[in-house]
Design a protein around this ligand. Structure first.
Ligand SMILES: Cc1cc2nc3c(=O)[nH]c(=O)nc-3n(C[C@H](O)[C@H](O)[C@H](O)COP(=O)(O)O)c2cc1C
Length: 341
């Protein structure tokens, strides 16, 4: 049976299907700590409404019986109405994963994503995130324990390894032992951070080797990137996008429905996020910090943006910020490469 949603045809598992010459794709919004929390996510869903799953930035699962207020607010169902959210956990301790999963399940969620990709030094040094990939035996025992409890469905978001992409051959043998909801692969190593290019050669092999459904993640910034990727990987039907969507929040609407990003819509989207942050954050500086972080990823879509980026970065009061953002939207346009490729 086929269902029509957001002008895309999906089957009952939510998986994209090909119909005639048209390719249908599932799009996930990547978790990005400090950026894609519920304020951003709700605004994105309200203005663009074309994402199959949003993933929460990681929640640290530890011995504590309760969530931090910020973490709980981010995944509370009343803060995520009308969208599909998959909470993400960061831990290497099965007991902590299990008791945190139970609490997440009580909130009404039936899938949890495990972060095996965070490359940051402080996380990796504790053998969490991508750091857990270097502890293969422990990882296997951990997965065995969390899957044997089967509290919710579990998906993994992983890198290829720590130093060498070939480490993935051992990892996939471990992942294949478990019924993953899906395996999301960002084909870089921990050492790569975000440098170099995603390793598509190993990703191609991962597609063949994986017994679980695979989702691709990495460096899809424009429609051109998407087209090149889909020519090389016709069997991939699920993409997770992070920085590309932060830059052009309508990227997947452009890809699937040829809807070009309008500057006015981007301005309204920005204003909604800004106003909502002002409601929940304390103090001008905190709001400015949040918005500046976002602009780091958003500014590249504008032509001749350097002067405006500096003005936004330097603003110390909301009134300076308002002026900098207004002049950017008034005087600059969205680059053709973002809406015409
Ligand atoms: C600032 C920042 C924060 C991130 N936070 C998370 C996170 O909380 N959990 C996670 O799994 N990945 C996180 N990532 C990685 C992204 O989800 C994604 O895998 C990465 O950006 C590559 O995808 P992209 O090329 O589409 O951006 C983060 C990346 C950045 C740049």
């Amino acid at each position: 049976m086929l269902l029509k949603r957001n002008s895309r045809v999906i089957n009952l598992r939510g998986r994209a299907i090909a119909k005639g010459d048209v390719r249908y794709m599932n799009f996930y919004f990547a978790p990005m700590e400090g950026l894609t929390g519920y304020i951003y996510r709700n605004a994105h869903n309200a203005f663009f409404n074309n994402i199959d799953k949003y993933f929460s930035p990681f929640i640290v699962a530890n011995q504590s019986e309760s969530f931090k207020t910020r973490e709980l607010n981010d995944i509370l169902p009343e803060n995520n109405k009308g969208l599909v959210l998959i909470p993400q956990l960061l831990t290497n301790n099965a007991k902590d994963f299990i008791h945190t999963s139970k609490k997440i399940k009580q909130l009404g969620y039936n899938e949890i994503n495990l972060n095996l990709g965070c490359p940051s030094g402080t996380v990796v040094s504790k053998n969490k995130g991508a750091g857990f990939l270097s502890k293969k035996e422990e990882l296997n025992v951990f997965l065995d324990e969390i899957f044997s409890k089967s509290i919710t469905k579990i998906s993994l978001k992983t890198r290829l390894g720590i130093d060498q992409p070939e480490e993935f051959y051992d990892l996939i043998e471990i992942f294949n032992q478990y019924p993953l909801e899906e395996l999301i692969i960002h084909p870089r190593t921990q050492k790569d951070f975000y440098k170099n290019k995603p390793n598509l050669k190993i990703f191609k092999e991962a597609l063949i080797l994986s017994k679980n459904p695979v989702c691709y993640n990495g460096d899809i910034f424009t429609s051109k990137d998407y087209k090149e990727f889909s020519v090389d990987f016709p069997s991939v039907d699920t993409l997770m996008v992070g920085r590309g969507l932060l830059a052009n929040p309508g990227l997947n609407s452009y890809i699937t429905d040829n809807i070009k990003l309008e500057k006015e819509l981007l301005k309204d989207f920005h204003d909604k996020i800004y106003e909502d942050y002002k409601k929940i954050l304390f103090g001008e500086r905190t709001v400015l910090f949040k918005m500046k972080e976002l602009w780091f990823y958003m500014i590249p879509v504008f032509s001749d943006n350097v002067k405006y980026a500096k003005k936004i970065k330097k603003s110390e009061r909301l009134c300076d910020y308002d002026e900098a953002v207004s002049s950017l939207f008034r005087e600059r346009d969205i680059l053709e490469s973002y809406i015409n490729s």
